[in-house]
Write a protein that binds this ligand. Structure first.
Ligand code: HEC
Length: 175
């Protein structure tokens, strides 16, 4: 009986530790991850050309029409990186990403640009964080990599990524 109680107590304490373990990344951690993106799994072997409309919209919350026009860029390219724990899910269309996986999309003005324009990212949060959109948290990091300008259940991102529900709200197609 004593052993049972001990076993139960151990199991309970392990569960508590597990539950407490799911900490969302802090903004500093997201910035550090973006800074070290070259150590992550590169999903796009070379920069991929971005359709003009996506360049404008998969960017930041929609602004006034004139600003959207200014964002117009026919030469925009992007790279996609994923943390190692999400690499397998990225390759398998139907797979769901594990909690803690982060996907970073780096936007470049041109194919060969050295400086980034902006980073958009998705962080897989704990269950029920964002049940309508795969429990993803969306975030934006400035082009200089220094500031998380926005993060959360960003509606402007969700509206589009809902289209990719069959592949865990991630497009998984880069060409
Ligand atoms: C107009 C639709 C649209 C909107 C709005 C949008 N995205 Fe995307 N997003 C895409 C498409 C399409 C891709 C695939 C790559 C490409 O073609 O640029 C993509 C790719 C991504 C990726 C790489 C993972 C993946 O799904 O392939 C991330 C990360 C991302 N978007 C984050 C964001 C964030 C953060 C926002 C909000 C600021 C956002 N997106 C808003 C359409 C959109």
């Amino acid at each position: 009986m004593k052993l049972c109680v001990f076993a139960l107590a151990t199991i309970l304490s392990i569960c508590t530790v597990c539950a407490g373990d799911i900490k969302p990344a802090t903004s500093d951690e997201l910035i550090a991850l973006v800074a070290k993106r070259n150590a992550l799994t590169l999903v796009t072997p070379k920069p991929v050309k971005m359709p003009e409309l996506i360049w404008t919209l998969c960017f930041r919350p929609p602004g006034p029409a004139d600003k959207v026009h200014a964002d117009h860029n026919p030469n925009g390219h992007y790279k996609v990186f994923v943390t190692d724990n999400g690499a397998a899910a990225m390759k398998n269309e139907k797979a769901t990403f594990p909690v803690g996986a982060v996907i970073v999309k780096e936007k470049l003005m041109t194919k060969d640009a050295k400086d980034s324009v902006l980073f958009t990212g998705m962080l897989k949060r704990e269950k029920n964080y964002n049940p309508d959109c795969g429990d993803w948290e969306f975030f934006l990091v400035s082009g200089d990599g220094k500031t998380v300008t926005e993060r959360g259940m960003l509606k402007s991102c969700i509206v589009c990524h809902l289209d990719y529900s069959a592949s865990d709200f991630v497009t998984k197609k880069y060409k």
